[in-house]
Design a protein around this ligand. Structure first.
Ligand code: FAD
Ligand code: SF4
Length: 515
């Protein structure tokens, strides 16, 4: 806890755990003689969803390193460290600080999470102090610019937004045309590894825990012993310098194969050619512009081909900014959407990985071990299972927000509710991402070691994905059978006779009841 001595402060700058930007504009404008920074580690941020322990360690360790850097620069930091007696919530810690030190004014970057922004605004208002909220320059598009782009569009589309961003930034552009004559190399980004599996994979760099991180690990083990997730594998970057090393390593060793195998999965290989940069980006240890520059340079230097670089750029310049724009524009009502009226509970094995479905066991086990799964694992293994089963989207959201080290609500919620669960009725993504076990079989080797058969929808060895897939098609026939983007997929139902359909539906019900 901080001491209670009174001091006269001009400006108090609030810095949140996901605003650890080394170029933070309000820090750059600080007057060290009269201003101070406020940072707080609070239990609420680790418990409002049942956070993975590695996620808690990542945030707290990165915050403590950031505090150290500020103090080295002679900046006063009013830092509330987490212990048994610390404030339960950010609002409580901030209220105590405002009461104790009575700054003239308070300033902050716009919080990523609307819940946090609302709580801070209310606390500062109660203290009768002025609050300056500055747009977060980390992002390439400001909320009001996104809102203008969104305009009256009934159905925004990533592809349109992405092209506008390419034109706006000039990234992968030649004059006003896309480099290589194509906006999108998506079709070249869907290879699987075939029977032989991936070649020798370059291991991602490991950042071993320093004294600060070791102390935080002890704290988290002590304070959150019942929380899910392992800590013995914790090796995420917690400083901007380490995050830069991670970018260099990705660009030099994995980017050249990233695009090609973006959607592929393989048993025992959680990372493949992915960048693992989302935690550093989301905590703002990394600036997306630097990451995009590094990718473009690797193309110019012939280190990585255009299709791979474009595939990567699309994720950061496209999806990441798009998700955040939709979140800012549609919250808070977005969080409550449930277009498919899904009401099932989340299966308990999501917290233990104790299931005989090999694909789910693999992805859940690596999630609990590392706090990481790559995009297709999140979308087409865990997400797909919840969508087909009919789990209430808000329960799925709470799990994703808890389970991954990179989880921040502005990125997680649109991906979960919009892209993965179709809870927004097709606003973010035009069609539901539904597939049977055959898709998983094509993109991975998971089915090889599984007791189920991905080709079977009924019978003892029927793959639950395949059963639930056909069941989903039947349950939502009315909504999708005449939709231009989904009609083709639903037409397959016409091949099944009534008896087969009844059998599949019974098997799906039995499966649901067995969970
Ligand atoms: P790479 O595959 O190497 O991709 C490069 C970068 O692109 C990522 O680091 C990330 O910053 C960005 N990116 C890629 N896809 C997306 C996307 N769909 N939305 C936003 N950014 C993207 N991402 C998060 O950052 N936080 C989350 O909480 C989160 N929750 C998700 C939940 C679900 C259900 C799904 C389907 C996706 C979620 N994603 C989330 C998006 C994506 O899965 C992760 O960004 C990615 O897996 C992170 O691993 P990586 O850094 O190795 O990414
Ligand atoms: Fe998963 Fe079905 Fe394949 Fe088993 S058979 S690994 S449950 S997709």
């Amino acid at each position: 806890m901080v001491s209670k001595t009174k001091a006269t402060l001009d400006r108090l700058v609030i810095i949140l755990g996901d605003q650890l930007d080394p170029g933070h504009p309000l820090v750059a404008a600080l007057n060290p003689a009269r201003d101070a920074v406020f940072m707080a580690e609070v239990r609420e941020e680790a418990t409002h969803v049942w956070s993975h322990r590695a996620r808690i360690v990542l945030f707290l360790s990165a915050m403590r390193h950031f505090r150290g850097d500020l103090e080295e620069r002679g900046i006063k930091v009013r830092y509330f460290a987490l212990d048994r007696h610390s404030h339960a919530s950010l609002s409580a810690a901030l209220a105590a600080e405002l009461k104790g030190h009575r700054p003239q004014r308070v300033a902050m970057l716009q919080a990523g999470d609307t819940r946090v922004q609302v709580a801070i605004e209310a606390t500062v208002r109660r203290a009768r102090l002025p609050l300056q909220v500055v747009a977060d320059p980390h992002f390439l598009v400001e909320p009001k610019t996104f809102q203008a782009w969104l305009g009256q569009r009934k159905q925004p589309r990533l592809e349109h937004f992405y092209r506008a961003m390419r034109k706006q930034t000039g990234i992968l552009m030649q004059d006003s045309e896309p480099l290589g004559g194509q906006w999108n190399f998506d079709a070249a980004n869907r290879a699987s590894f075939g029977r032989q599996g991936p070649a020798q994979l370059p291991p991602p760099p490991a950042f071993s825990a320093d004294k600060v991180t070791r102390e935080v690990i002890r704290l988290v083990n002590r304070e959150f012993p019942e929380h899910p997730g392992a800590l013995d594998t914790f090796d995420w970057p917690v400083t901007p310098a380490d995050a830069q090393i991670a970018v260099r390593d990705f660009v030099d060793h994995r980017l050249a194969s990233f695009g090609t195998y973006q959607d592929a999965m393989w048993t025992g290989e959680p990372f493949l050619y992915h960048s693992l940069l989302s935690p550093s980006l989301n905590l703002k240890l990394l600036n997306p512009r630097d990451v995009l520059d590094a990718a473009e340079i690797s193309l110019q230097d012939n280190v990585a081909p255009l299709a791979c670089v474009e595939g990567f750029v699309r994720q950061i310049l496209g999806w990441r900014e798009y998700a955040r724009g939709i979140y800012q524009a549609r919250m808070p009502e977005y969080a409550e959407l449930n277009a498919l009226d899904a009401e099932q509970d989340l299966p308990a094995f999501f917290w233990t990985a104790d299931t005989d479905m090999v694909c789910l066991r693999e992805v859940l086990a690596q999630t609990l071990r590392y706090g990481y799964a790559h995009h297709i694992q999140r979308l087409m293994i865990t997400g797909l299972f919840c969508l087909l089963l009919g789990v209430r989207p808000q329960r799925v959201h709470a799990w994703y927000l808890a389970a991954y080290v990179d989880a921040v609500e502005w990125a997680e919620l649109p991906n979960t509710l919009g892209m993965s669960q179709y809870a927004d009725g097709g606003y973010l993504a035009s069609k539901p991402y539904v597939a049977s076990g055959k898709y998983i079989n094509r993109m991975s080797n998971y089915c090889k070691g599984c007791r189920y058969n991905p080709a079977h929808a009924s019978g003892d060895d029927a793959c639950p994905y395949t059963t639930l897939y056909w069941d989903f098609l039947v349950r939502h026939r009315e909504r999708f059978a005449h939709h231009p983007r989904t009609a083709l997929q639903w037409r397959n139902l016409e091949r099944l006779d009534a008896k087969t359909v009844a059998g599949i539906r019974q098997q799906a019900d039995d499966f649901r009841n067995s969970l």
